[in-house]
Design a protein. Structure first.
Length: 202
């Protein structure tokens, strides 16, 4: 799969970092759904299947994801917000994974979790001409990518949010350790694996 990024110069072809399949599972003893891997149409479908069957018994979304499809991530995000789920970051929480994490009522992370936020990408299967319409470019840049980025930044206590956003829009990726994310308000609390599995977070 090839990945394309919008810039002032048009559509830029960049090497895809997405690899492997995503998966989702329900963990009933801790009332959690665990999203792992690439956020995709298949993962979104499986997520909704689990939520429909168990939504009254879910209070937490656990995330270990390097990102994925924006539209599918936004759809999952609607459920996270509506059900007022807590979120837990595990391992790698990048891109759309960070967006989903940012929606948590309370946001927890294991000690070695790494977060990354960046400007949005568009992903297309196969070859894609760079001759895209201006309207599609505007739709992607101004609606989807900005919505995701604004949501993530609002979840922090960074003083100059507009400056941070401008840096990211210019192509600067932001990486946070769990401690970094805690200090800027993106993480509410750092928890251990046993706390998570024993249901000692709320």
């Amino acid at each position: 799969m090839r990945k394309f990024r919008y810039s002032d110069d048009g559509l830029e072809d960049v090497e895809s970092s997405y690899s492997g399949d995503g998966s989702v599972r329900y963990i009933p003893n801790i009332k959690s759904i665990f999203i792992r891997g690439v956020i995709s149409e298949d993962l979104s479908r499986d997520f909704f299947d689990l939520v429909i069957d168990n939504y009254k018994d879910i209070n937490t979304l656990i995330i270990n994801s390097g990102g994925g499809n924006v539209s599918d991530g936004l759809a999952i995000g609607d459920v996270v917000k509506d059900l007022k789920l807590n979120t837990v970051g595990v391992g790698e929480v990048f891109s759309m994974g960070a967006y989903l994490f940012s929606l948590g009522e309370k946001r927890y992370a294991l000690p070695s979790t790494t977060f990354m936020i960046h400007n949005g990408y568009a992903v297309f299967p196969g070859d894609m001409s760079f001759n895209v319409t201006q309207s599609f470019q505007a739709f992607w840049s101004n609606i989807q990518a900005n919505k995701v980025l604004d949501t993530i930044i609002r979840a922090t206590n960074v003083e100059n949010k507009e400056e941070m956003k401008n840096h990211i829009l210019l192509g600067q990726n932001v990486y946070w350790t769990t401690e970094d994310a805690l200090s800027c308000g993106f993480v509410s609390s750092i928890v251990n694996f046993t706390d998570l599995m024993d249901g000692n977070i709320s």
